[in-house]
Design a protein around this ligand. Structure first.
Ligand code: ADP
Ligand code: MG
Length: 435
């Protein structure tokens, strides 16, 4: 797959009087058709400069920007205009609408400049204004509209020539949060429909929606990070395959790891690493897992559907077999919980008895293990102690594994551990006494 845009070693220098300032240093990025790319960095880091270089609006000192096989840094004026009119749509922070034209006139202007038929662009303009909920304002001047409405006019204008790439420079920077949300929803929806989206932002909250984020500092792209929560469009490279665990870890926390691991607070690093080591699922997958279980408990996601959801949680790596096992365990726990809830009024002794019965059954069925009356009695004692919080989980396991001579149940270590675990689950889902 060829990239739609290939920027390589792009340099831009601004000059004021004697002073020169390099605002873009060796900017290099490939962008694939359909991608949503965020260019992220603090104010003054050179985000807009890179965007405008890619768009052809800024003259570069050196470097290449190839858009659909046309190198726009070396293109003829006609080729450049052609790319700008047919491939690119622009949205700016300050809307950049022409104040003396009505909204509709603003929207259709790029169509007219491209020499398209007036009835055709009028139809397209109507479609866009209606889609974005501003048709009723078509004959008003921009200054009579709210910021959110003006930006929707600007988005309509950017789409009039059906571009393949949308370039947006802080498009919600001037909007209140609800309008910002609306405009970002429009942008992500356009991307889902296939438009390639290049979004400049200093706000990290959009990173999670992007396929990839280019982090910029002092005019340089310091890192391009793929979002592990989104299926990637960019074909994997050899480098991706050999990625370190640290890089994979950072993929899991795209909004936390802004400039890379070395720049993070130690406490955040520690939390991330600990979580990663203890749990193969990242935070987003964990939420999905919880949601799937919740739906299962509510009876909305059952059987094979539940299993395939479990094995499908964004490639969480639950094999089919593991997912089946997992689903069974969830079902058992839920059943225990329901049983406990139904019989909620029973006294603790009855609960302990029921639990003991259940565990005896498990021992019989799963471990082909029959308890002698003496063992049964010991088991009951152990359970009662545990349920009354007199002993801990590990102590129960020890007790179960202790020889009968010494007053234990005489089970093997591994069976004892399994039983102790069952007891903990049972306690968790409803056997626990109120303190
Ligand atoms: P960002 O979009 O990340 O805020 P910019 O790309 O706008 O950053 O600017 C990067 C740097 O280049 C800033 O230090 C800014 O002051 C400087 N700069 C931007 N545009 C010009 C210009 N036209 N002339 C001189 N300096 C500029
Ligand atoms: Mg800017």
């Amino acid at each position: 797959m060829e990239p739609l845009i290939q920027a390589s070693n792009v340099n831009v220098t601004y000059q004021y009087g004697e002073t020169k300032f390099q605002a873009c240093k060796n900017g290099t990025i490939d962008i694939y058709e359909g991608e949503f790319i965020v260019i992220f960095g603090p104010s003054g880091s050179g985000k807009s400069t890179l965007l405008y270089a890619i768009s052809g609006l800024e003259t570069v000192d050196s470097g290449d920007i190839v858009v659909k096989d046309v190198n726009i840094t070396k293109a003829t004026p006609k080729e450049l205009v052609d790319i700008m009119q047919n491939e690119y749509g622009f949205v700016f922070q300050s809307y950049n609408l022409i104040s003396r034209l009505t909204c509709m006139e603003n929207v259709i202007l790029p169509g007219a400049l491209a020499g398209r038929k007036s009835d055709e662009i009028a139809k397209k303009g109507e479609e866009l204004l209606k889609r974005f909920g501003i048709w009723e304002h078509r004959n008003k001047y921009p200054s009579n509209l709210s910021g959110g409405q003006q930006q929707r006019v600007a988005i309509s204008r950017s789409l009039i020539n059906s571009p393949s790439i949308l370039l947006a420079d802080e498009p919600v920077g001037n909007l209140d949060s609800s309008n910002a949300k609306l405009v970002m929803e429009i942008m992500t929806e356009l991307n889902r429909e296939g438009i390639t989206l290049l979004l400049v932002s200093h706000d990290p909250s959009y990173i999670k929606y992007a396929h990839r984020t280019a982090y910029i500092r002092d005019g340089e792209i310091v890192r391009i990070q793929a979002n592990s929560h989104r299926k990637q469009i960019k074909p994997p490279t050899k480098d991706d395959a050999g990625r370190s665990r640290m890089e994979l870890l950072m993929d899991s926390y795209p909004e936390l790891v802004v400039y890379g691991f070395p720049h993070m607070e130690p406490i955040v690093k520690a939390k991330m690493v600990a979580q990663y080591l203890m749990n193969p699922l990242d935070s987003k997958q964990m939420i999905e897992l919880e949601r799937a279980i919740e739906q299962n408990i509510e009876g909305k996601l059952q059987g094979n559907k539940f299993v395939s959801k479990l094995s499908d949680i964004h490639g969480a790596g639950l094999t089919k077999k593991a997912a089946v096992k997992f689903a069974e365990e969830v079902a058992e726990i839920v059943a225990e919980g329901e049983l406990a809830a139904k019989q909620g009024e029973s006294d603790s002794l009855q609960k302990a008895e029921r639990l003991a019965d259940r565990l005896r059954k498990i021992l019989r069925e799963e471990f082909s293990f029959r308890l002698s009356p003496a063992q049964q009695k010991s088991l009951d004692i152990g359970l009662e102690l545990r349920l009354a919080s007199q002993i801990k989980k590990e102590e129960l396991a020890d007790f179960l594994a202790r020889s009968q001579k010494k007053g234990g149940v005489g089970l093997s270590k591994s069976v004892s551990k399994d039983i102790a675990r069952e007891v903990e689950l049972a306690i968790l889902v409803g056997y626990k006494e109120e303190n």
